[in-house]
Ligand binder design. Structure first.
Ligand SMILES: [Zn+2]
Length: 438
């Protein structure tokens, strides 16, 4: 069992803990802890990448006051307050905290336990305990915001986890929740034909406009920030993916959610499922495996973003097809997945960073960014997806960039991630709301 570690609620870390970086006081005032709590921080990395620009800026520093970014610029142009605490981060690039677009904190990798077993056999207390641990691991990997797209049978425990994080009871990213997700009756899993009893479902079933509106409203009442719908699923006669809800049902779902100010994310892999979801007004399409040029053009024209989840597709190939990740060529499923992603890129679809993490290990979120780059996206664009672009897609105008007045959600990584995306794996410091994460 891992040693329990605790999140720093309000105390700035003692210098010894942040070693090997030296923290020195900009003034002679190194008073009591109470005095240090709200001291401004002057972050001195090798360079700063602000979430949008074409290259990191060498020699820049960032001043943090309280939970917000106060100012940034060349070291010589910034005059920090006398009591500012200076944090030296040599060899690092300071970037905005990463925003994961598609996670399942209540799932763990399917090579540890099958999805069915997780949904049906794991007691909910155990699932919550895992989710708490996964949230902490995620934050420490530099993910400071995460859209969690369904508890997969764990009711509205995502909302409870979010509250515990916001109340500083446990550590984790700022969460966007959907509670249970919505599926057409009979379309999802665990499959009833596989059991001698009626198995509980991994999402909430609904059919018909009236029931769909009621379920959307019920999920809102239980704390959903977004609504997640499955516009298609593998319920065809041969187990192939087929559309689930009718156009009218999807229209009602989106209209009901939107009326309350909540956007909709749609799981969709088939061209018809994607098309219906886009026409209904969803804001992100999850997966999009079989997306055609026409569907991607429609997405672009309607401003709908794609969360490609390439890392999940690669994980399935590892678990179920015996693919060894480092070995090329990959199986057809992965080749096809990369090709459809490139098609979306070609058509100028906005790309959301979202890996479907939970299918693979929490904290390994960067795997999706590496897969995006391996499939043909420029590291700089992948990094934009994970910061400023996801902030825009998720309507979060207080984060995703390093700019005056925004939340001080910041990550220092070794090297230059705009050139080498895997530099994101070498996290040296994470700040969430101006507080160092331990
Ligand atoms: Zn998912």
């Amino acid at each position: 069992m891992r040693r329990a570690e605790f999140f720093s609620l309000c105390a700035i870390l003692p210098a010894a803990i942040l070693s090997p970086w030296s923290i020195t006081s900009a003034s002679a005032q190194t008073g009591a802890d109470t005095a240090r709590r709200h001291r401004p921080l002057l972050l001195v990395p090798e360079a700063v990448w602000d979430g949008t620009s074409n290259a990191p800026r060498a020699g820049w520093v960032v001043l943090v006051k309280g939970s917000r970014i106060d100012t940034l610029g060349l070291a010589g142009d910034i005059s920090p307050p006398a009591d500012a605490q200076r944090i030296e981060l040599p060899g690092t690039t300071l970037i905005p905290g990463l925003i994961e677009g598609h996670s399942h904190l209540f799932l763990h990798p399917y090579n540890e336990a099958s999805w069915d077993d997780q949904v049906l056999r794991e007691p909910i207390g155990q699932r919550m305990a895992r989710a708490v641990e996964s949230a902490r691991t995620t934050l420490r990997a530099g993910i400071t915001t995460e859209r969690d797209l369904g508890t997969e049978g764990a009711l509205d425990f995502d909302v409870q986890l979010k509250r515990a994080i916001d109340q500083h009871v446990v550590a984790g990213p700022r969460l966007i929740t959907v509670t249970r997700a919505i599926v057409a009756t009979g379309s999802y899993g665990p499959r009833r034909t596989d059991y001698s009893f009626d198995p509980g479902q991994g999402a909430e079933e609904a059919s018909g406009a009236e029931e769909i509106a009621r379920v959307v409203r019920r999920q809102i009442a239980y704390g959903a920030d977004w609504i997640k719908v499955y516009a298609d699923y593998r319920w065809g006669p041969q187990g192939e993916a087929r559309p689930t809800f009718s156009q009218n049902e999807l229209n009602v779902l989106v209209e009901t959610a939107r009326g309350s100010g909540r956007p909709v994310a749609a799981h969709a892999t088939t061209p018809e499922g994607m098309r219906r979801a886009v026409l209904a007004g969803v804001e992100t399409i999850e997966h999009g495996d079989e997306g055609t040029r026409d569907v991607f053009r429609l997405m672009r024209s309607r401003g709908v973003a794609l969360c490609p989840t390439i890392a999940a597709a690669e994980s399935y190939a590892q678990y179920f097809e015996g693919w060894v990740r480092a070995s090329e060529p990959p199986p057809k499923s992965v080749v096809d997945k990369r090709a459809s992603f490139r098609l979306a890129l070609d058509e100028g679809v906005t790309i959301c960073f979202g890996g479907d993490v939970g299918v693979f290990t929490h904290g390994d979120n960067v795997r999706e960014l590496e897969s995006m780059v391996a499939a043909g996206m420029k590291p700089l664009d992948a990094l934009r997806s994970a910061t400023s672009v996801n902030a825009r897609i998720f309507h979060l105008n207080d984060r995703g960039r390093i700019a005056r007045g925004l939340l001080a959600d910041l990550v220092a990584v070794e090297g230059d991630p705009t050139g080498n995306i895997s530099a994101l794996r070498k996290v040296r410091l994470v700040l969430k709301g101006g507080q160092p994460v331990r």
